[in-house]
Ligand binder design. Structure first.
Ligand SMILES: Cc1cc2nc3c(=O)[nH]c(=O)nc-3n(C[C@H](O)[C@H](O)[C@H](O)COP(=O)(O)OP(=O)(O)OC[C@H]3O[C@@H](n4cnc5c(N)ncnc54)[C@H](O)[C@@H]3O)c2cc1C
Ligand code: SF4
Ligand code: SF4
Length: 473
């Protein structure tokens, strides 16, 4: 069995045509005369050709693309950046690390306003106020009438703190890359793992960008959603997407565990503003475990913890931390400078951090990790069987990856991902969610039954094993 060997001469032929584009905008950022980002009918960003030039633009586009299969991957980039440090350790799941922590900011309002423990915004604010960087490239609210969120370059702490919260919404970095090239400021870049990888590739390909980016912070990442996801959640609150002013994907709820959060939408109604919210557990079908509205590129990603970032931060999805509704961050630090900065924050009691083992970090992302290791092996096999080109990943295609039920789970998740996209297109002109639910229901039911069987089989296996252990010892 062989992959298709024709790979194309530029990102449009190689990446976009194979549904591998995550819409990061890096190619359009370094080639502003040739490519521009646009939103497709499914609510995802893609580059489009605006003008063909004589220069070899295709090669540069491939050099900066995280999915183009260029000479560097997460391992080689990270080895160059972090591999030579004294005391540095490595695990295939986390990449390099100096130390790992869980923790949060001590300012109660700041913590409540953040996604998990508020460590990303604290660290970015610290870099800005100490002069380590002049501006932060991060994601904030957008009021262009078309998009809810966008990448912004921010040089002011008050504005930076307004950018707290995870945005499960596509954003692209082409505009800020063009701005970064024009300034002589030192920049902190905050992004999802594939965006940080793309920025590292751009830093190598373009010395001006290489000189401007001083630090990177990576978010842990399960997957990214299309723009239709926020419209879907708003409809679950009885609101049309036309009324949305902004949304909060991660509203903390007093008395609930941190992983039982709500979605909140702010709407404009007769000139007045009104909030509506719904607990994520009350949304029809679990959008995260069923991969609803997920971008196709995320199927072929093997970096959960932003292995090329100076520091990576996620949610401490561990029972000892989720019981606190205020949220707790998990931190994987790879840069000695930033370790000193974190320690200074602890000494000034601005943050609380507790060292944890790397095994705990991996445990906190167990299901995402499995989807991007065992699941990816099987998805690579499915592509290879159809002769579709895929970039080399750090796991190989495997027909027997996982067990039988896990492979069925992969097939069903691919189905619900693809169908959610088409079903929402059919639903869009009509209010409500009847069409969407009608089309997806049989597949969601199948997934529920499969998960039930897998759960029962797992607990039966554990009980039998424990019984055997007791009777033998
Ligand atoms: C699409 C997505 C998937 C994620 N998946 C996981 C996961 O599987 N497991 C896990 O543990 N954590 C995941 N996270 C990370 C997690 O949601 C929090 O970002 C993390 O816990 C840090 O919280 P904090 O309180 O320190 O950040 P905050 O202080 O709230 O700051 C958040 C920062 O992230 C930036 N940001 C928000 N959205 C985006 C975006 N789309 N792209 C780039 N930057 C953004 C903001 O501008 C802000 O600077 C995901 C985040 C996103 C956006
Ligand atoms: S993933 Fe990013 S760099 Fe690659 S084609 Fe898409 S927008 Fe361009
Ligand atoms: S899952 Fe991977 S490809 Fe998808 S947004 Fe996250 S880091 Fe990027």
């Amino acid at each position: 069995m062989k992959y298709n060997t024709y790979t194309g001469e530029n990102v449009l032929e190689r990446v976009v045509s194979n549904n591998l584009c995550v819409g990061c905008g890096t190619c359009a950022g370094v080639l502003p005369e040739v490519l521009r980002m646009h939103t497709d009918k499914y609510g995802a960003y893609l580059p489009v050709l605006i003008k063909e030039t004589d220069e070899d633009w295709g090669r540069l586009s491939l050099r900066v693309c995280p999915f183009a299969d260029n000479e560097d991957n997460e391992d080689t980039i990270a080895a160059r950046l972090f591999g030579q440090q004294e005391g540095v350790k490595h695990r295939s799941e986390t990449g390099y690390y100096l130390q790992c922590f869980t923790g949060h900011v001590t300012d109660e309002d700041a913590r409540l306003a953040s996604t998990s423990g508020g460590i990303i915004s604290w660290l970015a604010g610290e870099m800005l106020s100490s002069g380590k960087v002049d501006a932060v490239a991060c994601v904030g609210q957008c009021d262009d009438g078309e998009n809810l969120f966008e990448y912004q370059l921010i040089a002011d702490s008050t504005e930076l703190y307004k950018c707290r919260k995870s945005r499960y919404y596509p954003v692209e970095a082409s505009r800020i890359i063009r701005e970064i090239r024009k300034t002589d400021s030192k920049i902190l870049f905050i992004g999802l793992p594939c965006f940080v990888k793309a920025m590292r590739l751009a830093m190598k390909a373009d010395p001006v960008i290489g000189d401007r980016i001083a630090y990177t912070i990576g978010l842990f990442c399960g997957h990214l959603k299309s723009k239709h996801y926020s419209a879907y959640l708003a409809r679950c609150c009885g609101v049309s997407e036309r009324e949305i002013k902004t949304v909060n994907f991660r509203k903390k709820v007093l008395g609930k565990p941190a992983n039982k959060y709500a979605f909140e939408v702010l709407i404009r109604n007769d000139g007045k503003e009104e909030h509506r919210q719904i607990m994520m557990g009350d949304i029809w079908a679990s959008s995260w475990s069923n991969n609803l509205f997920m971008l196709d590129a995320c199927e072929y990603c093997d970096d959960v913890m932003a292995e090329t970032a100076d520091v990576s931060i996620g949610d401490a999805w561990l029972s000892e931390y989720t019981k606190d509704f205020r949220g707790t961050s998990i931190v994987v630090c790879r840069n000695a400078d930033l370790l000193i900065m974190l320690q200074a924050g602890i000494d000034r009691t601005e943050i609380v951090l507790e060292e944890i083992s790397v095994d705990k970090v991996i445990q906190s992302q167990a299901s995402g990790m499995r989807q991007r290791r065992e699941g990816l092996k099987y998805r690579l096999y499915l592509s290879a069987k159809k002769g579709i080109w895929r970039p080399h990943k750090r796991v190989a295609a495997d027909r027997r990856a996982g067990n039988f039920s896990y492979r069925i789970l992969q097939l069903l998740r691919i189905k619900t991902k693809t169908l959610s996209r088409e079903a929402f297109l059919k639903q869009q002109p009509v209010d409500g969610l009847d069409i969407f639910i009608h089309l997806l229901r049989p597949w969601i039911l199948l997934l529920r039954v499969l998960n039930l069987v897998r759960h029962l089989a797992g607990s039966l296996k554990r009980k039998t094993f424990n019984l055997l252990k007791v009777s033998i010892t």
